[in-house]
Every structure is written in structure tokens, then in C-alpha cells.
Design a protein around this ligand. Structure first.
Ligand code: SF4
Ligand code: SF4
Length: 134
């Protein structure tokens, strides 16, 4: 059922955000060229569908357009709640972040990748079910 799939994605999102949090805080805060400064708008149709179906506020439609960096990057980092961020923001692990995670928590990257794969499959399922219900 579509609502079950949406819920499962939400649970996995919270899980991967919690697993990454201490490492992101340690490594990304020291980054000299943050990835958030090198992108603009990353939401895909699946992201916005999930956000709509999970009842999130429509912050992803913010009108402000910056010429440099993500539209949602504030002075103290991302302005969005973890669950409201594009999926790519969760799953992108640059080589430094990946190496730092592996050094402190062996097996964490593999555990994250397993969850990213499960989320990919659930997101495709959500999309299919949504279109079937139209
Ligand atoms: S993920 Fe990598 S590139 Fe992005 S802010 Fe963290 S350390 Fe920097
Ligand atoms: S949405 Fe947040 S985490 Fe993703 S690129 Fe923008 S500022 Fe970075």
C-alpha cells in the first residue's frame, strides 16, 4: 500500500540521517569545499512526491534563487529538516566522508549503502503505486 511505502521510506531516512550525523558533524564542518556550495536545486520528482505524500511543508518550492550554492544553504548549514532534504543529500558520501566513516566505524558505509538500495527500491515502488492510483 502506498501509505506503508511512504512510512517505510520515512523510517529509513531517519535511520540513515542518525547513522551519519556524528560523522557529518565531525568531517563536513571542517570541509574546505562543501558540496552544498557546488549545487543549486536537487529535488527530483520522487523527492517531491514523497514530501507531498508524507505531509511535509512545501519548503522545497522556495522562490529564492542563489547564483552560488544550494538554495537551502543557510549561514549555519542546511535550512531543511533531514527528512525534508533531497534523497541525494543523504546518499552522497564524498571520498573524505566515506573514508572518515570507515576509519571510525568500520562497516558503517556498507550498512548505509544497503539502506540506500532499499530506499531506492521503495521510492520506485511509491512512484509506480502513485501512478497506478491515478
Ligand atoms: S560530504 Fe564531503 S564535500 Fe560535502 S561537505 Fe562533507 S566533506 Fe565536504
Ligand atoms: S538541501 Fe541542504 S544538504 Fe542538500 S545540498 Fe542543499 S543545503 Fe546541502
Amino acid at each position: 500500500m502506498l501509505s506503508d511505502t511512504v512510512e517505510k521510506i520515512g523510517r529509513l531516512l531517519s535511520e540513515v540521517a542518525a547513522m551519519q550525523r556524528p560523522h557529518v558533524a565531525r568531517i563536513c564542518s571542517q570541509c574546505e569545499d562543501p558540496c552544498c556550495n557546488r549545487v543549486h536545486y536537487l529535488f527530483t520528482e520522487k523527492d517531491t512526491l514523497w514530501l507531498t505524500l508524507s505531509g511535509q511543508k512545501r519548503k522545497w518550492r522556495r522562490e529564492a534563487v542563489k547564483t552560488k550554492g544550494c538554495w537551502f544553504l543557510g549561514p549555519a548549514g542546511c535550512l531543511l529538516e533531514p527528512a525534508a532534504r533531497p534523497f541525494i543529500c543523504h546518499r552522497y558520501l564524498c571520498p573524505e566522508l566515506e573514508a572518515g566513516m570507515e576509519a571510525q566505524a568500520p562497516g558503517l558505509v556498507a550498512a548505509l549503502r544497503k539502506r540506500f538500495k532499499a530506499m531506492d527500491e521503495l521510492r520506485s515502488e511509491m512512484w509506480r503505486d502513485y501512478l497506478d492510483e491515478r
